[in-house]
Design a protein around this ligand. Structure first.
Ligand code: DGJ
Length: 365
């Protein structure tokens, strides 16, 4: 008996040393988050797709040092069945070595979001792309596709969307040329598309939501049925409010659009807005954040040191969403942290995101 116990102890120690035995049972925002290999998860500015009983987290693969703010590897994917423990599923979209490729290493690939198209049975990845050596001036959206969820994804193209189109809520003022009318300036060339997300509605229609017009106004654009292109139907929302990092959820028929202000990598106040129609109009409600993050020493007014990236529906639980935020570390981006917090709703529909140092999914019960 003693011998057997001893053997069991040795086996357990060996498994522990391999980093595989410690199952996580809670979220610990801002801390390092080890994957199945014990390596801090590398999926920044990410989003999550639930498919066939498994969650897939896609995000920017960062490397160390300032160079890590450009794409040197690509888009990384992780899988999980419980949302706490994530298995490294490899690089889903790889940067190219070809200097003529739009996704050559050194370009900027941000905020990748993957959706599944049930009609075509393809996985479609959209992301914000900046061309190498052009800083953030290209402001393009880009699309890649795969037959399998973890990839490899085939890069298709990038572009400035909605060229030559007017939004469904166009006003006379929108078309009046002026030095600050970036929408009017870009009609011919196509609209800028920086921070973005993709939202698939209950009816299967998908929308691309991006910071446009020098980050001054967000554009909500309907994608084609195969999710691979823009239809040309779009609206301008949160006009001149300078919001970025958009994330969307739908609850009780209402669309909640969470976003940040525009202060580069530095945190600022989150804000949410609510609409009956995804195209708006949106009513701004202020910050949903409450509390204080002792690790960053930042409170609700700075979103606890984080910036929104995705609102993740928890499967099998009604009205249960996780707010996903990035705590960027631009001097060493690979060490950027994740702040995942439960999204709660008051009876009047008010959204609340309270900071917690440790929590688990039972908060939704
Ligand atoms: C803020 C954006 O939200 C990030 O995705 C990134 O583009 C940084 N700006 C770059 O400064």
């Amino acid at each position: 008996m003693t011998k057997r116990l001893c053997l069991l102890g040795i086996i357990l120690m060996a498994v522990n040393a391999a980093g595989a035995a410690d199952k996580l049972t809670a979220f610990e925002p801002t801390q390092e988050w080890p994957d199945n290999n014990g390596v801090h998860i590398n999926a920044h500015g990410g989003g999550v797709l639930f498919h066939d009983g498994v969650y897939y987290w896609f995000g920017e693969h960062k490397i160390g040092g300032r160079r890590g703010n450009t794409a040197q590897v690509g888009v990384h994917c992780y899988s999980s069945t419980d949302l706490y423990n994530w298995k490294d599923a490899g690089v889903a979209l790889t940067v190219s070595n070809d200097p003529n490729s739009e996704i050559v290493s050194g370009s900027i690939i941000e905020r990748p979001k993957v959706v599944y198209n049930a009609k075509t049975e393809k996985f479609v990845m959209w992301f914000h792309l900046e061309l190498r050596g052009q800083d953030y001036t290209a402001a393009r959206t880009a699309v890649a596709v795969s037959d399998t969820v973890t990839g490899p994804y085939t890069y298709l193209r990038s572009f400035r969307p909605n060229a030559g189109k007017h939004p469904i809520n166009v006003t006379e003022r929108d078309l009046r040329p002026s030095r600050e009318n970036y929408f009017q300036r870009d009609i011919e060339r196509g609209q800028m598309a920086r921070d973005m997300t993709v939202f698939v509605d209950d009816d299967g229609k998908a929308y691309h939501i991006a910071a446009a017009e020098e980050n001054v106004t967000l554009h909500v654009s309907l994608l084609t049925d195969d999710y691979l292109d823009f239809t040309g139907t779009f609206s301008r929302v949160l006009v001149r409010r300078s919001r970025e990092a958009p994330a969307v959820l739908k609850r009780n028929g209402k669309y909640y659009l969470l976003s940040s202000g525009c202060t580069g990598w530095a945190p600022n106040a989150a804000e949410y807005a609510v609409a009956d129609n995804i195209f708006g109009p949106y009513e701004t409600k202020g910050s949903p954040c409450v509390g204080y993050n002792p690790d960053t020493e930042m409170g609700a007014e700075l979103t606890f040191g984080g910036q929104s990236t995705f609102l993740l529906p928890v499967e099998g639980k009604k009205d249960a969403f996780i707010g996903m935020f990035d705590a960027w570390r631009p001097n060493n981006p690979i060490d950027g942290r994740y702040i995942w917090l439960p999204v709660e709703f008051k009876d009047d529909g008010k959204m609340v995101i309270q900071y917690r140092q440790r929590w688990d999914l039972s908060v939704f019960d």
